[in-house]
Write a protein that binds this ligand. Structure first.
Ligand code: WTA
Length: 638
């Protein structure tokens, strides 16, 4: 596999960037031409951010799995497509070559068909990090079904919300998942979710943990049994469904500042081109290298940089079932040496947590195979950046600090490994095709350098979201209505004297906890479901390892005869039940009132300052309904 569009020098980056701005259609047409299309597109780009309407490669016909698998079979048939490392280091790892992957994806695509899944149907995938998760994703894409992967840490209620929103009639899951020393009963969680989702017709269950599960007659079937049926049918192939470039490929739910998570929609053609282009350029992938992205496929990072980006590039993608700290904090380094990993792409929260274990876990590890390191999901602080650089990359591996979002489909701002310069804690420069602007609150563009503002993008790139599932207006309001003719990211950003971008974090009510996006409103709604809670307000505060922690101020009328400690535990448990363990508050402070304006709006600004420990910088509190409450809250700060 060669990548004619791989940028190799800083000058080439400049030229590519200029071309992408002056002639975006020509620029992307040239890149898209190196993929396999059954029919070429009629028009490269049609767009209008007002509505929004965005179409890339309209009229083009293709199937993304033919690009991720079939087209490699001739040359890379025996090359590992997926290397899988299990949770337990004593269990044997698995290697799937491109030929194996083809066979397995076709097989499971036929299973889906046998079970009534058709083009356009939504399939919810709730699995641990096993190769079958990637296989299920690709099998959906093969037959034109729309996958919606839900991270294995989400609760039954969260799954039910997503199933209802997507009107998904099919679920693929596992009996359970292994994560560190935990066993998560995935099928049991699905069963709880399905009580609210009688429209689900079929659940396909993979055996992984051998956790006992209940199987409902007429609804639930075993993955292995279904494979046997396909084998007896004797057709090892599954012809890929012909898709329009703008047909939906997947829905991925993500948190916003209001209401329930939104189903971000990506389409086949543009997403394929962008996830591939960004993969090849940011990581400077070379054929034969092993790419290890430590994310879960339940998040966008796993979609784009474990599955679609690497596989469309014929790369070897390493998938890890477990966690970085089990059985000990040397697990990542053991994996790097075991498989001679060349690219390691992880999150600042993981780096910070491993830093805490010191250098002992690195003893006896050479890490010499590493060429490129990457960071994603949240701002990386300089201390973590340098620790990563010194101890893991041994100052020899460029670090790419990649800024992007579920909505952007792929990396938008990042240095290109070894090609454009890195700067600690800075995502640095936009990829070709990406036109960032900073604006003030009124949407006025802030020009020049050494400035800060809200980060927007003024021109579409192929990986941009097309809609939010079932509610296009919500997509418009969320991303395209804040500032006219701009895509608004929700992030604040600095541009330094040399034009490098530094993302400073969300400016809306979205938290980023260990790189996971969580809406404050979602957490509040969950807390408010607890019988003893009158009202609550949730804000983020700086957390050494998680980046941000969740701080909840709760008006509590008591339960358990006034046992506050037990009350806190119950509230935490309620949040875990409603959303999932990732949204558990780190701190719960009981208060008698919340700071509100005369019109009844909670002044989060003040709560944020208190949570951050800046009680002497509360600013003007005179407009509050009851200024005394602020003093009380500040005094009781945890
Ligand atoms: C944050 C994850 C600083 C940002 C791919 C964004 C980052 C949100 C970075 C999206 C980075 C992601 N530096 N902040 N390199 N990467 N973010 O949708 O606030 O899970 O808006 O996508 O993560 O999170 P999401």
């Amino acid at each position: 596999m060669s990548y004619p569009y791989q940028i190799k020098t800083a000058d080439q980056y400049k030229t590519a960037y200029e071309k992408s701005v002056n002639d975006p259609e020509g620029f992307w047409a040239e890149i898209a031409a190196s993929f396999y299309w059954r029919k070429k597109w009629d028009k490269v780009l049609e767009w209008d951010f007002k509505t929004p309407t965005i179409k890339w490669f309209a009229g083009g016909k293709l199937n993304i799995t033919e690009n991720c698998i079939d087209r490699h079979l001739g040359t890379l048939g025996n090359t590992p497509a997926i290397i899988w490392e299990p949770n337990d280091p004593e269990e044997h790892h698995r290697v799937l070559t491109y030929r194996d992957l083809h066979a397995k994806v076709c097989q499971f695509a036929n299973v889906l068909k046998n079970n009534g899944v058709k083009k356009g149907d939504r399939v919810c995938i709730y699995m641990g990090m096993v190769p079958e998760l990637a296989i299920a994703v690709l099998a959906c894409a093969r037959i034109g079904a729309i996958h919606s992967v839900v991270f294995g840490g989400f609760s039954a209620q969260s799954i039910a919300d997503r199933l209802q929103d997507a009107k998904a009639e099919f679920v693929v899951t596992c009996d359970g998942a292994f994560r560190g020393n935990k066993e998560i009963p995935l099928k049991g969680v699905i069963d709880d979710a399905l009580v609210q989702c009688p429209f689900v017709k079929r659940v396909i269950v993979l055996t992984r943990t051998r956790t006992p599960v209940s199987m409902i007659k007429g609804r639930d079937v075993w993955w292995e049994d279904e494979i046997k049926i396909v084998e007896t049918q004797g057709n090892p192939d599954c012809v890929a469904e012909e898709m329009d470039a703008e047909d939906m490929l997947f829905i991925l739910y993500t948190s916003g500042s209001t209401g329930k998570p939104k189903g971000v929609v990506h389409t086949v053609g543009g997403y394929m081109v962008y996830s591939n282009y960004s993969f090849v350029n940011v990581f400077q992938y070379q054929p034969g290298e092993v790419h290890f992205c430590t994310a879960d496929i339940g998040w966008i990072t796993g979609h784009s940089y474990i599955v679609y980006g690497p596989l469309s590039a014929g790369a070897t993608s390493l998938m890890f079932e477990g966690v970085p700290t089990w059985p000990d904090a040397g697990r990542f380094w053991e994996i790097v040496d075991k498989f001679k990993v060349n690219v390691l792409y992880t999150a600042p929260t993981a780096i910070r947590s491993l830093m805490g274990f010191g250098l002992d876990p690195l003893k006896g590890r050479s890490l010499t195979s590493l060429k490129v390191l990457g960071s994603v999901g949240e701002p990386i602080n300089e201390e973590a950046w340098h620790w990563f650089d010194d101890n893991i990359g041994k100052n020899k591996c460029p670090i790419v600090d990649t800024w992007w979002q579920t909505e952007t489909g792929g990396i938008l701002i990042s240095n290109l490994a070894g090609v454009t310069p890195a700067k600690p804690a800075h995502a640095t420069l936009p990829l070709p095709g990406v036109q960032p602007v900073l604006v003030d609150e009124n949407g006025k563009e802030i020009t020049g350098n050494s400035v800060s503002g809200n980060l927007c993008i003024k021109f579409p790139w192929p990986g941009i979201l097309r809609t939010t599932y079932g509610d296009h207006e919500r997509c418009r309001l969320n991303y395209f209505a804040t500032y006219e003719n701009l895509y608004f990211t929700g992030d604040g950003c600095l541009r330094d004297e040399a034009g490098n971008y530094r993302i400073t974090g969300r400016v809306d009510d979205v938290l980023n906890v260990s790189g996971h996006r969580i809406g404050t409103a979602e957490v509040e709604n969950a807390i408010n479901m607890h019988a003893g809670v009158v009202e609550s307000a949730v804000v983020g505060y700086p957390h050494d390892i998680k980046g941000q922690g969740i701080y909840a101020f709760v008006i509590y009328q008591g339960a358990h005869g006034g046992d506050e400690a037990l009350g806190r535990k119950d509230i935490t448990q309620t949040v875990a039940r409603i959303i999932g363990a990732i949204a558990k508050p780190d701190k719960i402070q009981f208060v008698s009132g919340l700071p509100k304006t005369r019109s009844g709006k909670i002044m989060r600004r003040i709560l944020r300052k208190i949570a951050e420990g800046e009680v002497d910088k509360l600013g003007d509190t005179t407009t509050l309904l009851d200024p005394a409450v602020v003093e009380e809250i500040a005094k009781g700060r945890l």
